[in-house]
Ligand binder design. Structure first.
Ligand code: C5P
Length: 410
């Protein structure tokens, strides 16, 4: 993927053991298409060498405000004017205190102060011991930095280099990368609450066995991530899948269609958008056995009778909120043939404004997909791309349609 293509990032390192993670973060930025200029404080150089960071970024590291390489001798001005963002990872407690006071006695703090504040965002990934993190001074400084317009990326929790366990670790490079990619995405869903169902359901036959399908959950998880990137609060109701939860998304795990319906109804009262990507089982065993069904030696297979599951999407689309226009419902259709005809019929049957069609066997478990958006106006094809790219396009289409509906209503 090239989610940071065209972005120029200043990666600032301050003194902390988490500097070793900055090497991987630098690499991850470059893999996503960014160019990276590393700037280090003297304390950071105690933890990792500029040689390592130069090799990974492909640029010589800056570490002094007196650097004579710049003809005007103003690296703090020149470097910060070229940047799309300054990312401080790791940012020490001491460096936060410095930023807060607008102190500028080394190149990195000088550059943070000198950056054009409206154009060059400052993103901070704090890293420190748990007591330092919990200290009222640190928490006060964080609030003030936030008020001054910095973006605080949060911290992780767990085992710390000092041997203690708690909050204050720097987030892992893949987490920081996901947050920074999200930061650069447009925010047309700000203020919305998006509810997404994803993955298959599992319908028990007995305590050991059940009926399920090949849905991997990847498309639904990508939709949840894209909605979050677009600024929404996101609740993701997931059947049994092995996909990591997108950053900042609230995930509720369920098994059966009825569990999924219960969870969907519970969260639908706060939601403004419902996107049903789950491959819900149409039928479930009518009376699952409480004990494992054993072979009885007769050679006779057990007969399992099925009963129909509730249709979650249809139920929510018929709810009062959806009917009043307060819950925008979107469905997915995985078809094996006649996609367009089936998708149009399904949109009408479900009573929803937008249905997204895809060819089931070509989508299940794959990293990429192609979509057909079917609404009252007609059909639009979204060409084959990664599920995340498609999900971003879908979210932007939904935001556009909701804005249009609001304009027509006003
Ligand atoms: O009717 P069909 O299963 O093809 O419809 C697919 C769409 O309806 C998907 O959006 C799916 O998540 C949703 N659905 C549902 N509950 C069901 C069956 C399907 O929400 N029981």
């Amino acid at each position: 993927m090239n989610d940071l293509a065209g972005k120029h990032i200043i990666l600032g390192l301050t003194g902390g053991i988490a500097c070793y993670k900055a090497a991987e973060l630098c690499r991850a930025f470059i893999k996503e298409g960014a160019t990276v200029q590393v700037v280090m404080t003297a304390a950071a150089e105690q933890f990792i060498t500029p040689v390592t960071m130069q090799a990974l970024s492909g640029r010589t590291v800056y570490d002094s405000q007196w650097d004579a390489r710049e003809s005007n001798n103003m690296p703090h001005i020149n470097l910060s004017r070229e940047a799309d963002a300054i990312v401080l990872a790791p940012c020490s407690a001491d460096f936060m205190a410095k930023l807060l006071h607008g102190r500028a006695d080394d190149l990195l703090s000088l550059m943070c102060l000198a950056r054009p504040i409206d154009r060059v965002p400052l993103l901070i990934a704090p890293a420190m011991n748990r007591e330092m993190w919990a200290h009222p001074a640190t928490q006060r400084n964080l609030r003030q930095l936030d008020a001054d317009g910095a973006v605080i990326l949060g911290v992780g929790s767990g085992f710390q280099a000092c041997g203690e366990t708690g909050d204050g670790r720097m987030l892992e490079p893949p987490q920081l990368l996901e947050d920074i990619i999200a930061f650069f995405q447009p925010k047309p869903m700000r203020g919305q609450h998006v509810l997404v169902t994803a993955g298959p359901t599992f319908e028990a036959i007995d305590p050991i066995r059940g009926v399920t399908n090949h849905s991997s959950g990847k498309m639904g998880f990508a939709v949840a991530r894209a909605a979050r990137e677009a600024g929404a609060d996101v609740t993701l109701i997931a059947g049994p899948v092995a996909v990591p939860t997108p950053r900042g998304v609230t995930r509720i795990d369920v098994q059966s269609a009825r569990d999924m319906l219960d969870a969907s109804l519970r969260f639908a009262s706060q939601a403004t958008v419902f996107i049903a990507t789950a491959a819900v089982a149409d039928w479930r065993p009518a009376s699952p056995s409480e004990q494992k069904i054993k072979k009885d030696g007769s050679g006779q297979a057990p007969v399992v009778a099925f009963t129909e599951n509730p249709d979650i999407l249809h139920t929510l689309a018929q709810s009062e909120r959806a009917q009043k226009g307060d819950l925008y419902c979107v469905g997915f259709a995985a078809e094996s043939h006649d996609l367009l005809v089936n998708a149009q019929a399904k949109r009408a049957r479900k009573g929803i404004p937008l249905l997204v069609g895809n060819i089931g066997p070509a989508a299940f478990g794959q990293d990429d997909n192609q979509l057909l958006l079917v609404d009252a106006q007609g059909v639009r094809e979204v060409p084959r791309a990664s599920k995340l790219v498609l999900a971003r396009q879908l979210i932007s289409e939904i935001a556009g349609r909701m804005a249009q509906a609001r304009r027509e209503h006003a």
